[in-house]
Design a protein around this ligand. Structure first.
Ligand SMILES: [Zn+2]
Length: 357
């Protein structure tokens, strides 16, 4: 019985090889494939159906013969398809080694990291050091030594993450406690910036996040006055946003600086270079989507280090004075690149992030 099968299989194999050798078109090749490999009526299936007639001891050998036939047919068909193509599919694959390679995506820094590095580079060039502090901070450094009194609303449980079981520790609400750490450990002259994460108990919305990024700046030396602060911030903001920018210092209040100033920049979208934002000859554009028609953008908080803060850190305010400022990195990103919603910066959607860098 097995000899008979062997003979028949050999005949089918020969006729298949003869037929396939003649075929030149994908359509005819598809028909041939159907005739030999179709699951219902194909030649190979017919042989497999007969397998059940064989006595058990011959079944393995018979099955092997059929599988060899199937493998031969499949291999030949695949080779022929590669040379003349298939009826339904695209042209057989081919390659042209002279074509330029397709672009590989290039990694880059996240927008927040990128802006942080730009700021770091700028201040390193001005002789500042980068000082990085812990995100879990002593309440004393986060509040008390920075002259933030017990009754200050920043200490409210609605605003600050306190840590269960650690009464004296909080997730730092700003990068300013690094001022304290650095002043306790170093003597003036001091020039540092301190970038990093800060945490507040805010519900996420377009302009708030429970975790955000800040850069703190601190300079303490003999004879430091407000014009040093002003010059430094002018240099920083003009190099970041553009040289034509104007700055506006408004009186502000921070417990750890005195006097304190909120700093605005003239709108880089609608206030032409060299004019002051609001009140310029041409005036701001009332429809400007960046400044909402005001001509000014709030950008950071700053001031002269409060003498009490210097005292708290063991520095004599009669001899030394200093300035400090703090800026939100997300705020810089949103203003400079028109990112409308803070949360977009944390979603890591490459369609957004790929636009910058
Ligand atoms: Zn504007």
């Amino acid at each position: 019985m097995i000899d008979e099968l062997k003979k028949e299989i050999e005949e089918v194999r020969q006729s298949f090889l003869n037929e396939i050798a003649q075929i030149q078109s994908p359509d005819k090749l598809a028909a041939l494939k159907e005739r030999y490999l179709s699951r219902k009526k194909g030649a190979v299936s017919q042989f497999l159906l007969r397998l059940r007639e064989f006595p058990p001891r011959e079944k393995p050998a018979a099955g092997q013969l059929i599988n060899q036939l199937k493998a031969t047919i499949e291999t030949e068909l695949a080779g022929r398809e590669a040379s003349i193509g298939t009826a339904s599919g695209p042209e057989a694959p081919w390659s042209d080694p002279s074509l330029p390679a397709s672009d590989l995506p290039v990694g880059r820094f996240h927008l927040i990291a990128d802006i942080q590095r730009q700021i770091e580079d700028l201040f390193l060039n001005l002789g500042y050091e980068i000082a990085v502090g812990p995100e879990v901070e002593l309440e004393d450094y986060n509040f008390t030594k920075l002259n933030i009194p017990e009754f200050h609303p920043a200490r409210d449980e609605q605003d600050t993450f306190f840590l269960d079981g650690f009464d004296d520790m909080v997730l730092r609400t700003h990068t300013s406690p690094m001022q304290v750490r650095y002043m306790l450990a170093h003597r003036p002259p001091l020039k540092i910036i301190s970038p990093g994460k800060a945490f507040r108990k805010d519900d996420p919305d377009a302009t708030h996040s429970p975790c955000f990024h800040q850069v703190e700046g601190l300079l303490v030396d003999r004879g430091i006055n407000f014009s040093h602060l002003k010059g430094t911030l002018e240099l920083f903001l003009r190099s970041f946003f553009g040289s034509g920018l104007n700055l506006r210092f408004r009186p502000g209040y921070f417990p750890f600086t005195e006097p304190s100033a909120e700093v605005d920049i003239s709108c880089f979208m609608c206030s032409p270079a060299g004019t002051s934002g609001a009140g310029a000859a041409s005036g701001p554009n009332p429809d400007c989507r960046v400044c909402k028609g005001s001509g000014w953008l709030e950008i950071l908080g700053s001031g002269m280090v409060h003498p009490q803060v210097l005292l708290n850190c063991g520095i004599d305010p009669e001899t030394y004075s200093g300035f400090a400022f703090g800026v939100g990195i997300e705020r810089l990103a949103m203003i400079k690149f028109g990112v409308p919603d803070l949360r977009l910066l944390y979603e890591n959607d490459l369609r957004l992030l790929g636009q910058f860098g």
